[in-house]
Design a protein. Structure first.
Length: 56
């Protein structure tokens, strides 16, 4: 896996746990919030969980 793909994965996973965007920014050594957000990809997991909960 290319190095930057690993950074994207790490940034996304860190953001999905307990990190705020500023925490992820510090961890990945980004100087701007825009760059930090580029490394954090969203998933549809929250939407899937909300739909499952709504069905019950």
């Amino acid at each position: 896996m290319p190095f930057y793909a690993q950074r994207h994965y790490a940034g996304t996973r860190y953001a999905q746990t307990v990190a705020t965007p500023r925490d992820a920014m510090a961890r990945l050594a980004h100087k701007s919030l825009a760059v930090a957000m580029r490394y954090q990809h969203t998933t549809d997991r929250d939407d899937v969980l909300a739909r499952r909960t709504a069905r019950r």
